[in-house]
Design a protein around this ligand. Structure first.
Ligand SMILES: [Zn+2]
Length: 317
């Protein structure tokens, strides 16, 4: 083997190993004066390099040529490094694909909706999304608990009735335009609080509900890879991750609008879905947005309670 070829192979080993190292010991936080491993799956450098089939003769050279991708600390064969989890790797793949294949198409669609908010169906991507959404199954949400959070104008404690769906939403939201019926519920009280609190606000009233059964739901909360259409997978990704299609961080400067999310909702309504279950872009809890609901679908479970995000955050992320 000549010297150039050997160097090429070494560079190749280095590149493969470098991609794996998301975090190192240096990146880990300290709690009560002790360093605790929180970021990445910890693996000894020697084990990682053996798994990548780096020849024993090159181990030391490769290890000492690597650095942490997060903090740039230099590493060696005795280091412990943090690897990304499988779901983090998958999300990274989605991000790369989003950037190369989807970002421009959605940007163009979003630009179109700025000009013609009610005519998304006239755009080519709008037509494709409408068709793909119509082919998704109608799912049933089984009996479970949901939470509604409200900021109250009055200083008096609210009653469960105060959390009933509003007869007609006065203004548009992420999943409805002004005048459309929508009842937004979350799958955790912390999620409900995060959904409505803004800025430095930390406390809010929450009501727990026992949900009986909801049929005909467009369920976009499932794992991305479970979606039958790559377009829908990336649509969900754009809506829920990295803020790519989220108001406030959207492609255009109009932070007040939820153009693409509202287009999604209108498609779902027209296809006859009764609601959407989706990941929130603000937190980890799922969100249920109902367009229509039987009067007995939700039974209040106890009284409304005062929920403090600061004390509940650790136990209920
Ligand atoms: Zn590091």
């Amino acid at each position: 083997m000549n010297a150039t070829l050997t160097q090429d192979i070494l560079e190749h080993h280095l590149e493969r190993a470098q991609r794996e190292i998301a975090f190192c010991q240096n990146c880990q936080p300290t709690e009560n004066g002790k360093r605790v491993w929180r970021l990445g799956i910890p693996v000894k450098m020697s084990e990682l390099l053996a798994k990548l089939k780096i020849p024993p003769a090159d181990l030391e050279y490769v290890a000492e040529s690597l650095e942490c991708n997060n903090c740039s600390a230099m590493l060696d064969l005795t280091a412990t490094v943090g690897l990304r989890s499988r779901s983090e790797r998958e999300l990274e793949q989605y991000w790369r694909k989003w950037e190369t294949q989807y970002a421009n198409r959605f940007r163009d669609f979003d630009d179109f909706l700025v000009e013609y908010p009610a005519l998304g169906i006239q755009h080519r991507l709008g037509q494709q999304l409408f068709k793909a959404l119509g082919e998704l199954p109608r799912r049933e949400i089984g009996a479970t608990f949901y939470y509604s959070a409200r900021k109250m104008a009055s200083s008096l404690a609210p009653t469960a009735e105060d959390f009933n769906p509003p007869p007609c939403p006065p203004a548009g939201g992420q999943h409805h335009s002004a005048g459309q019926q929508a009842y937004v519920l979350m799958e955790s009280d912390a999620g409900g609080a995060r959904e409505v609190l803004t800025g430095e606000e930390k406390v809010v009233w929450v009501q727990k509900f026992q949900c009986t059964r909801c049929k005909g739901i467009l369920d976009l909360s499932r794992q991305l890879a479970e979606s039958p259409s790559p377009l829908i997978e990336h649509f969900i990704y754009g809506l829920c991750y990295r803020g790519a299609l989220r108001a406030g961080e959207s492609f255009n400067s109009d932070a007040s609008a939820y153009r693409v999310a509202r287009f999604l909702t209108d498609c779902a309504r027209l296809h006859g879905f009764t609601g959407i279950r989706t990941k929130s872009a603000k937190h980890h809890a799922n969100k249920l947005v109902l367009f229509t609901w039987p009067t007995d679908a939700f039974e209040p479970e106890g009284e409304p309670y005062w929920f403090d995000l600061r004390t509940a955050a650790a136990a209920n992320p």
